[in-house]
Design a protein around this ligand. Structure first.
Ligand code: HEC
Ligand code: HEC
Length: 294
């Protein structure tokens, strides 16, 4: 060990003066490019810490962080973007609310907005009863098919949604019940059983032909006024088609008997007080688009 720097003979580079068992350590300087990159990084990081959000620290309400002089925040940025989109959508929504429903349907841009909003409104308000795909369930009609209880035009659907079905709180609600023929003794059990066989016949199911023939008379007297002479249904009455394979409550012998015995009175809420005019238009356009719109 000596005090003044030694020069390594082979490389001509200064040594650190450390030596282990005769092996000496060269004091090679760091490359200039490395030193400058390091200095620039330090300056950059200082600037970054001052300008941008950086250090977390425990605050009064949990973790906080240094906000930085620029006030940059991704969360604020996203919130701003959402607000901007919302504002752009509201321009369309206002137009949808202001225009007649046919005009909305015929305007490509408004139609697309109505479909998208209608779909999300449907998920929030209607899916619990009609299913998320509007496929329906027992007692809750499928809205995808072209089989309508109360009519499948845009206007019919709009009225149904606005005022509901057998909804006592709405003066313009759709009314007309399926009577409780046997319970209220309008028909004897024999007449009832005969007309059930007739319904099985017109819906192409196994039936007792002799009873069905008797049931045809009962049907003409008691049922045709609502369900139509051939049982094809009447949307003005909300009376379903009894000839097809689509059933609201069920098309087997026992379930038809139950419909006739105790009647039916499916209820659908009125939405006019709960949703805006525009919302209801969007929903009607969405439901109408599902495939069965007339
Ligand atoms: C509480 C359950 C319930 C909710 C919620 C509900 N519906 Fe209904 N909806 C029904 C029932 C039950 C019927 C059938 C009523 C009947 O027997 O005539 C019906 C019938 C309908 C019909 C008539 C179908 C036809 O064949 O004529 C339309 C259209 C409809 N609903 C749309 C909607 C829309 C859109 C919403 C959401 C805003 C909605 N419903 C929310 C229960 C509901
Ligand atoms: C005053 C009108 C009216 C008369 C008369 C009437 N119905 Fe109905 N019927 C309806 C309505 C409305 C419904 C649907 C009820 C509902 O949506 O909850 C219905 C439903 C039914 C259903 C259930 C259909 C399904 O899809 O599950 C059957 C079956 C039926 N009626 C058979 C008959 C028979 C048979 C008669 C004659 C004995 C008859 N109806 C007389 C109005 C009537």
């Amino acid at each position: 060990m000596s005090d003044k720097p030694k020069i390594d003979e082979i490389s001509g580079v200064e040594t650190t003066g450390h030596s282990w068992d005769g092996i000496e350590e060269l004091n090679t300087p760091l490359p200039k490019w490395w030193v400058w990159t390091f200095v620039v990084s330090v300056i950059w990081s200082l600037g970054y810490v001052i300008l941008m959000p950086a250090w977390p620290f425990p605050g009064a309400n949990g973790w906080e962080y240094t906000k930085g002089l620029l006030g940059y925040s991704q969360r604020v940025k996203v919130t701003d973007q959402i607000a901007a989109n919302e504002a752009a959508l509201n321009v369309y929504r206002d137009q949808i609310a202001a225009q007649p429903i046919e005009a909305v349907q015929n305007n490509d841009e408004l139609f697309q907005v109505a479909l998208a909003s209608g779909k999300s409104l449907f998920g929030d308000n209607c899916a619990p009863c009609h299913g998320s795909g509007a496929q329906g369930a027992l007692g809750f009609p499928n809205l995808n098919d072209d089989d309508w209880l109360w009519g499948g035009t845009l206007e019919d659907i709009q009225v149904t949604i606005s005022h509901g079905i057998r909804w006592d709180d709405d003066d313009e609600t759709r009314i007309n019940d399926m009577p409780a023929f046997i319970k209220d003794e309008i028909l004897t059990p024999e007449e009832g059983s005969a007309v059930v066989e007739f319904v099985l016949q017109i819906s192409d199911q196994n039936h007792d032909a002799a009873k069905a023939a008797a049931g045809a008379t009962v049907f003409a007297d008691q049922c045709a006024m609502c369900h139509g002479e051939g049982g094809e249904g009447m949307t003005m009455m909300g009376a379903p088609d009894l000839t097809d394979a689509i059933w609201l409550y069920g098309g087997d012998r026992d379930t038809i008997m139950e419909s006739i015995t105790n009647g039916r009175r499916g209820q659908m809420p009125a939405w006019s007080g709960r949703l805006t005019e525009g919302d209801i238009k969007e929903l009607a356009i969405y439901v109408h688009s599902l495939g069965g719109g007339e």
